[in-house]
Design a protein around this ligand. Structure first.
Ligand code: GCU
Length: 409
C-alpha cells in the first residue's frame, strides 16, 4: 500500500450494517495450490495444511525467531497457600541468552494444591502484567513499557480476566506472562529492539526483521516457550494444554495453536480481524485499520491487503483450519461489533469442512446462536451478552470444552 490514510479517515468509513456486506464467495480450503482437491485427512495434514501455514508465515504473522543460544528457568518465589490455600503459586523467570545478551520474562503459575498426579494446564499472555492479572497483592510486578515503567501499577486491575480460583477449582493449572516482556506492544524500532527479535538478530535492520517477523509471531512463540518451561513441572501434563487469549491475544492464541500442535485446545476470545473474523464481510474493523494502527502485529508485506478485504485470496477460516481436528473455542460478545461476532462464527463454520475430513463435525450448528447459548463441539462457540471483554462466563464455556477432552468437570 503506497498512500496511507489517517485512522480517522478509515474509521469514518467503517461499516456496521449487515445489509451493506458485499456479495462474497469463500476461498476454498480443500483445493491445493496446484488446483487438485484435498482427498482426505492425510492429504490435508501433509500438503494443504502446509501450504496454508506457509502462506501465513510469509504473508501474515511471519517466521518464529531464531532459537536463542540458551534458555534457562529459575524459580523466583513459591507459595503453598495461594488462593486461600487452594493453590501452589510459583513465579518462574525464563531467561533467553544470545551472544552475551539476554531477555527475561516472569511466568506466574498456579497449580491446584490437591493435584494427585498431573493436571492439565491453561496458558495465555496478559496485557498489563502478572500483578495486574492476579488478585493477590504480593505478585511480582511484570510488564514494562518502553521507558521501563510498569504498564500498569494498579494491582489486580485485570483480575476479572483471570479467574484463577475458578480454573483451579476445575482441576486445571494456569500460567501467564505479560506480552510486553516478549515484544513490547508498540510500533517502531525501539520496541522491536527490546523484543526477542532484537536479541537474536542484533545486526539485522529493523526493516529486514519486520519483513519476516511480527509481534504476534513473537507472542505466539512465547506461548510455546512457556509450554516448554511447564514441561519441567512435576504436576503439569503438557499433553493437556489449552492456549487462550483475548482480542489481540486471541489472534495470538490462534497463531500459537496453528504453529504448535502441542496445544490441544485453542481459545479465541473476541479475536476479531486478523483473528477469527472473516475479512470479506467488510463489517467492523478491516485490514487497513490493522496495518495503520498496529503495523508491528503483522509482517510488513501484510499491508498490501489493506483496502482489499472483500477479495482477499485467503480468509480467516484458513487460520482456523490449521487447528483441525483439535478443539477450538470461539467466543464473541454482542456489543463487540468492531470484532464482527457473526464473522467469527462463520469462519468457524467454514473451517468445519476440514474437521469433516477427520470424521468429526467441527462447529455443531450453522446458524449464529442466540446470545448466551453455548454450542459445544470440536469447534465451540458462544456469543456472550455484553462488551469486548473476557469474563468468567467465557472461561466457563472454554473450561467445559477443554474438560471434555482433558477429563475434568
Ligand atoms: C483494537 C484492535 C483489535 C484488537 C483490540 C484489542 O481494538 O483494533 O484488532 O483485537 O484492539 O486487542 O484489544
Amino acid at each position: 500500500m503506497n498512500k496511507r490514510r489517517s485512522v480517522e479517515e478509515i474509521v469514518a468509513e467503517i461499516n456496521y450494517d449487515e445489509s451493506k456486506i458485499p456479495e462474497y464467495s469463500i476461498p476454498p480450503l480443500l483445493v491445493k495450490n496446484d488446483g487438485s482437491a484435498v482427498e482426505n485427512s492425510w492429504d490435508w495434514m501433509n500438503f494443504r495444511r502446509a501450504e496454508i501455514l506457509n502462506f501465513y508465515r510469509e504473508e501474515v504473522f511471519g517466521d518464529a525467531p531464531l532459537l536463542p543460544e540458551q534458555m534457562s528457568r529459575e524459580v523466583l518465589t513459591v507459595r503453598h497457600d495461594a488462593l486461600g490455600g487452594k493453590a501452589i503459586r510459583k513465579e518462574i523467570r525464563l531467561t533467553f541468552t544470545h551472544q552475551g545478551h539476554s531477555r527475561s520474562w516472569t511466568m506466574l503459575l498456579y497449580i491446584p494444591v490437591n493435584a494427585s498426579g498431573k493436571v492439565p494446564v491453561v496458558l495465555g499472555l496478559n496485557f498489563k502484567g502478572n500483578h495486574a492479572s492476579a488478585g493477590e497483592d504480593d505478585v511480582l510486578i511484570t510488564g514494562l513499557d518502553l521507558a521501563g515503567n510498569p504498564v500498569s501499577d494498579e494491582r489486580g486491575c485485570q483480575s476479572h480476566r483471570w479467574p484463577f480460583e475458578a480454573i483451579i477449582d476445575r482441576g486445571f493449572a494456569a500460567a501467564t506472562v505479560c506480552y510486553h516482556d516478549i515484544y513490547p506492544d508498540f510500533s517502531g524500532e525501539d520496541a522491536l529492539r527490546k523484543s526477542i527479535y532484537g536479541l537474536v538478530y542484533p545486526q539485522m535492520s529493523a526493516a529486514d526483521i519486520h519483513r519476516k517477523h511480527s509481534a504476534i509471531g513473537a507472542w505466539a512463540w512465547g506461548l510455546s516457550r512457556m509450554l516448554d518451561a511447564l514441561g519441567s513441572e512435576e504436576h503439569i501434563d503438557t499433553d493437556r494444554a489449552m492456549v487462550t487469549g483475548h482480542s489481540r491475544l486471541g489472534k495470538t492464541a490462534l497463531w500459537a495453536g496453528a504453529v504448535d500442535l502441542r496445544f490441544k485446545v485453542v481459545v479465541s476470545n473476541d479475536s476479531g480481524h486478523g483473528g477469527a473474523a472473516l475479512f470479506r464481510r467488510c463489517i467492523g474493523e478491516n485490514a487497513e485499520v490493522l496495518v495503520t494502527v498496529f503495523p508491528h502485529w503483522f509482517v510488513s508485506g501484510f499491508d498490501k491487503y489493506a483496502g482489499k478485504d472483500a477479495d482477499l485470496p485467503f480468509d480467516q477460516h484458513f487460520l482456523l483450519s490449521l487447528i483441525a481436528p483439535r478443539t477450538l473455542c470461539i467466543g464473541s460478545a454482542t456489543k463487540d461489533l468492531w470484532a464482527d461476532p457473526k464473522g467469527e462464527f462463520l469462519a468457524g463454520v467454514h473451517a468445519s469442512e476440514v474437521y469433516w475430513l477427520f470424521g468429526v463435525r467441527g462447529m455443531p450448528v450453522s446458524e449464529h446462536p442466540a446470545p448466551d447459548v453455548n454450542v459445544t463441539g470440536e469447534i465451540s462457540y458462544h456469543l456472550r451478552t455484553g462488551e469486548h471483554e473476557i469474563l468468567l462466563q467465557d472461561w466457563e464455556h472454554y473450561l467445559d470444552a477443554a474438560g471434555k477432552i482433558f477429563d475434568r468437570k
